[in-house]
Write a protein that binds this ligand. Sequence first.
Ligand code: AMP
Ligand code: MG
Length: 403
Amino acid sequence: VIPLDEARAHVLAACHPRPPVVLPLDDILGCVLAERVVADEPVPPFANTAMDGYAVRAADTSGAPVELDVVGTLAAGAAPSTPVGAGQAIRIMTGAPVPDGADAIVPVEVTAALDGGRRVRIEAAARPGDHVRPAGEDLAPGQEVFPAGTVLGPGHLGVLASVGRAEVRVQPPVRVGVLSTGDELVEAGRPLQPGQIRDSNRHTLVALCRRSGFDAVDLGLARDDPDEIEKLVREGLSRCDALVTSGGVSVGDFDYVKEVLDRVSGGSMRWMQIAIRPAKPFALGVADGKPIFGLPGNPVSSMVSFELLAGPGLRRMAGFPDDRLDRPRLLGVADEPLRRRADGKILFVRVLAEPGPDGRYHVRSSGGQASNLLRSMALANALAVVPDGDGVDAGGDVELMLL
Ligand code: AMP
Ligand code: MG
């Protein structure tokens, strides 16, 4: 039995980022930037108004209320043709360029149109720069937009678009093949025969991959039959960058998963027992340069194993920086005792964590904790990390891994 950190280190040693690719913006949500992006144009590209109102010379408004001549109108998208002279104003809409001569915007709310719009009364004095968004306020030419290694969210894609980038160099998305194994398993929608259960792991694991930003390929369900397992594993290796299997990695199974993965991986599989509960058994190997994660069959174990081991490995392959490989952790407070027995293992308790009036997360168990009870995992939004010992008292601090 090895510590979790040791198993995680084996995983990270088997997972490497792949060569970068150039992809269009709309294909790279969740990808990691593989270049340092520098702005070659200012954002915004020109000084423009943040408000609907009047472009004025601030000095003209110092004796407000004052009346100015309105010499034009500017909508967003229009290029200014007339400058604002002394005693003049130009009606202007949000986003329109600030015309020459003007140095401030007076919001329409503090003005009154006169003479059918040919003149305007300014009720309050403006200071130079009021409601003007200067050119390059967000980004100046030559300024770093984002460094390599940035994980791209929706806002990042918008910023890249705003500096005129239609495509960027990123770490390629990771394609993960997901395979279930076990003679007892049946697809949802088929009748259950005596002794059979439904295959839930494939659905959770495909979904975990997708929610983590990976492309998931459903490789289906293999009977406990070496030829069938090998066929699907080889198909997965040919189509995917990594494989996630569930079932057949614990001791006392029909050993076909082991036999096949050992053969396909050229003997590189490492069959581990990890000092955690749930998700003790775990296997890892490399075939054709592609990692294979052998997750345990129990539904909760396979999810926890993904969160703790496969997920970080796959994020390493996707080029995530070291401090973004794992789910975030924070300290919460137990609202009920989280009891356990000392057994040398770290216990991961499915909990509901809710913010309390003290600004901290308060946790209670989300249900039964046996590794086959998947509903309590679905209801949980965090795993409480309970170190070896006799547990945590009500009111005690508890480390949370946020799901
Ligand atoms: P194994 O790791 O193959 O020994 O399986 C451990 C437990 O998980 C057994 O009770 C299996 O029936 C169950 N199990 C294995 N694979 C799945 C699956 N894909 N969906 C639901 N339960 C599974
Ligand atoms: Mg099995």
